[in-house]
Design a protein around this ligand. Structure first.
Ligand code: GLC
Ligand code: MG
Length: 516
């Protein structure tokens, strides 16, 4: 049983975890200092959002050198120290691999844009203008506007699925593939335990670059990207073949290295990213449906059943409830239900990924307009994208700047940081942090909760109930997603409740329980 089936992943957003050098931005030495917190939480692996040299147009998702560390975060030696320290804490370490695009400052792109005949020209995606001089097709950047940028120096457009500072690499070029596979080997050789692969379903585009069809469900007020269905710009068969090659590289380092693919697709297409048993692709195609779905028992029940049913026999499920791109769970459902959500995340069948700060229940953070940094928000203001709200610094204690930094942090803290911080919740039996630690400890103690079989159970309206079974061990979970008491769907010994106290004639308002 590989570790990543039993284990849990904790996402660290390096800019906002811990600053060690007083520049208001988190760094690798800071993360190393806080490993005790991560280990004590009871997770098994850390995924670091990008740490590579970057102009930070998209905060590291614009990579200018795939084989080094940005000076803001440290250097390769600091990385090696962090990796060794993580391993000494019993934690795996995953990096963020960004294969779809580089920074426009990457030497490859600098060369590529220099003239039409240089050897790197075909490393990116260059096309002639349409007959009217406009972009080659109608594709829209995920961050709004055309996905094509005209480069007057050479009279062609280049493709960028995200910012124009993030030109898309041409994965149909074997030299690009070889160079990027070498990047994976570079980090595997250094000892990393795997990668989260950024926008993996984007990496190959349809030959001939046909227009994308309109999305009949689009309406003003949702992201401009969704005006079109990304039929020809994403999820191409050739991308699956590349994922299988990436997997072969990972497997070449032994069975313990893991690949997690960032993939947003409906179930049937999503499941294909596991590949086949004979030719597997990623171990875990990220499943974001807990983020995308509303918070009601009937809807979640249906979603979970459909997701489980969509998995290939060799496909291991996974669940994500927060990230640096998504609104905070406690902001979405409120603090009481965020406790229920924690129990759901850690008792469903499949590898959970936790996001930093959710373990102390950080909720809504309003970013003053003059402090907005997220390029996606800046390009499409007012429709509620606002990724900064989930990227605010970790509040560690009640010291100035919450112990995050000695300087003003790059983003504001959560407004309640003086009381909502790690130190304040440590040792408080009723805190969110204690709940997370107990859930993670229970998960480790009971294989039924991690690798056990899964079966939905009947319960009253507003209650989500299921069973986990491993050999003779049977655990049942009942989650009250409403603010009123509900009948208990089953009896037994309560191993954990999201609420204090132990009177269990009913399932209390906003209560989740695990019963043996
Ligand atoms: C992924 C990242 C997001 C980034 C985008 C472009 O979705 O999670 O933060 O902006 O890719 O790289
Ligand atoms: Mg720093």
């Amino acid at each position: 049983m590989p570790w990543w089936r039993r284990g849990t992943v904790y996402q660290v957003y390096p800019r906002s975890f811990q600053d060690s050098d007083g520049d208001g931005v988190g760094d690798l030495a800071g993360i190393e200092r806080r490993l005790d917190h991560i280990a004590a939480l009871g997770v098994d692996a850390i995924w670091l959002s990008p740490i590579f040299p970057s102009p930070m147009a998209d905060f590291g998702y614009d990579v200018a050198d795939y084989r080094d560390v940005d000076p803001l975060f440290g250097d390769l030696a600091a990385f090696d120290r962090l990796l060794a320290a993580a391993h000494a804490h019993g934690l795996k370490l995953l990096l963020d691999f960004v294969p779809n695009h580089s920074s426009d400052r990457h030497p490859w792109f600098v060369e590529s844009r220099a003239d039409r005949t240089n050897p790197k020209r075909d490393w990116y995606i260059w096309r002639d203008p349409a007959p009217d001089g406009g972009p080659p097709n109608n594709w829209i950047s995920d961050f709004g506007g055309s996905a094509w940028e005209y480069d007057a120096a050479t009279g062609q457009y280049y493709l960028h699925a995200f910012l124009k500072q993030q030109p898309d690499l041409n994965w149909r070029n074997p030299a690009v593939k070889a160079a990027m596979f070498d990047v994976m080997r570079f980090w595997f050789d250094r000892g990393v335990d795997g990668f989260r692969i950024d926008v993996l379903w984007h990496i190959v585009k349809a030959e001939g670059f046909p227009d994308n069809p309109p999305n009949p469900y689009w309406r003003p007020g949702i992201t401009e990207r969704d005006r079109l269905i990304q039929r020809h710009s994403t999820d191409q068969p050739e991308a699956h073949a590349i994922a299988a090659e990436m997997r072969a590289i990972a497997d070449g380092y032994g069975g313990d290295r893991v690949l997690i693919g960032e993939i947003f697709l409906p179930n049937d297409r999503h499941a294909r990213w596991y590949g086949t048993r004979a030719r597997p692709q990623v171990h875990l195609p990220f499943n974001f449906q807990l983020i995308e779905n509303g918070w009601d028992a009937a809807g979640l029940r249906e979603m979970i059943a459909a997701y489980e049913a969509s998995l290939p026999p060799h496909g291991w499920p996974n669940w994500v409830i927060g990230s640096h791109d998504a609104p905070r769970i406690a902001a979405r459902v409120g603090e009481a239900q965020a406790r229920v959500a924690a129990m759901l995340l850690l008792t469903l069948r499949g590898t959970p990924t936790l996001y930093q700060g959710d373990e102390i229940g950080i909720g809504q953070v309003d970013i003053p307009p003059d402090r907005v940094r997220d390029p996606q928000e800046l390009r499409q203001p007012g429709i509620g994208i606002g990724r900064d709200r989930s990227r605010t610094p970790m509040p560690w204690d009640a010291a100035p700047h919450a112990g995050f930094s000695t300087a003003e942090p790059w983003l504001p803290l959560n407004p309640d940081w003086r009381t909502r911080n790690v130190a304040a919740q440590d040792g408080d039996a009723g805190s969110m942090l204690t709940l997370y630690r107990r859930l993670l400890a229970l998960r480790r103690a009971h294989p039924a909760l991690s690798v056990g079989d899964f079966r939905l159970l009947d319960a009253s309206d507003g209650v989500l109930a299921f069973e986990r079974r491993h050999g003779d061990a049977v655990l049942r979970v009942a989650l009250n997603l409403t603010h009123e008491a509900k009948p208990l769907p089953f009896g037994g010994e309560v191993l954990l409740s999201t609420l204090p106290g132990s009177a269990h004639e009913t399932l209390r308002a906003d209560e989740g329980i695990i019963i043996r």
